[in-house]
Design a protein around this ligand. Structure first.
Ligand SMILES: [Zn+2]
Ligand SMILES: [Zn+2]
Length: 146
């Protein structure tokens, strides 16, 4: 009888300990996401706004970490952000590496592939401050073009 009770308490203790260990490992190991700026001021023609603009080259990656130490980086993606309109474009790794290494300072036509356009501008009127719905062309209060 006493033996049964003890083994029951032992197994409860075991499950609490196992749960604690699992939580501990989830805390120190994990997957995370990071974005790092590689270089700014790269010229090119933006596929988002169609204008000649300066871009910021960034690298975007997921990684597996132990404490704060990134162990494995994977799913790397190079992107360029238009300084004019904020559009996000994808860049081939070979192109990104040449630019990051300073071998050139511009994107050639066709090297920027539009991933997403900039978020629609907030509808706030710059003249009177009226909060119009996002994407409004004219202010609902003062009638100025936004
Ligand atoms: Zn643009
Ligand atoms: Zn207004």
């Amino acid at each position: 009888m006493l033996k049964t009770k003890n083994s029951f308490l032992d197994s409860v203790g075991f499950f609490i300990a196992a749960g604690g260990i699992i939580l501990f490992f989830i805390g120190i190991f994990g997957f995370d996401h990071k974005m790092k700026q590689l270089r700014g001021g790269i010229s090119g023609t933006c596929p988002g706004c169609g204008q000649a603009a300066f871009f910021t080259l960034m690298v975007n990656y997921d990684y597996f970490h132990f404490f704060f130490l990134p162990l494995i980086k994977y799913h790397r993606q190079y992107i360029a952000v238009c300084g004019g309109c904020g559009a996000v474009c994808q860049v081939e790794e070979s192109v990104a590496k040449e630019i990051a290494a300073g071998q050139r300072a511009s994107f050639r036509p066709g090297e920027l592939r539009l991933l997403r356009r900039a978020a629609p501008p907030s509808g706030q009127c710059p003249y009177c401050g009226h909060p119009n719905p996002p994407g409004s062309a004219y202010c609902n209060r003062c009638g100025q073009r936004i």
